[in-house]
Write a new protein. Sequence first.
Lengths: 119, 112
Amino acid sequence: DSGVTQTPKHLITATGQRVTLRCSPRSGDLSVYWYQQSLDQGLQFLIQYYNGEERAKGNILERFSAQQFPDLHSELNLSSLELGDSALYFCASSSDGPGTGAFLANVLTFGAGSRLTVL
Amino acid sequence: KNEVEQSPQNLTAQEGEFITINCSYSVGISALHWLQQHPGGGIVSLFMLSSGKKKHGRLIATINIQEKHSSLHITASHPRDSAVYICAVRLPVRAAGNKLTFGGGTRVLVKP
């Protein structure tokens, strides 16, 4: 157990639907990252939150949104789902500070992932 | 051209062999991560490097910032080392927050 909890582990849904993936970071970690891993694109960074605020944005579609709550858990919302959204979605957490220097980059702890299948 | 290139894409070794995986990147970075993804899908962070060399058990990671190159070595490889190894670079914080850019991964199979 890495300390990062993701739910659900598996999710099967239909095109056009909306789903929410949840992530609880490791105790003490303030940063949460979301990544998408699809067969054709590999791992891609979606978005990062630090202590409730968005810090960095990657290749996140407009149909996707995320937030981090006061208790530091995060949710990734995927709407108007398409077949191509089928992927593994990983959450990771770290104890990164709010940008305290170019070489401060702490170890990431990954959750087990949520496998989304859109039919 | 991808910002992060890994080689080889696939590698098969006999148990006990020394394995090297290479990662080259084309941008300035603040750190480089080596990740291991097992067949079940879970990802484990093996190393985070910003300079020099790190060792953990049979794994050694090196980075040459000037040459924009890193290597992951597995000594005395074992079938349980079979996994996909992924290199990821972290761009400087001011440039891109803490965005990670990933290589395509190297699939390693160690045969007994």
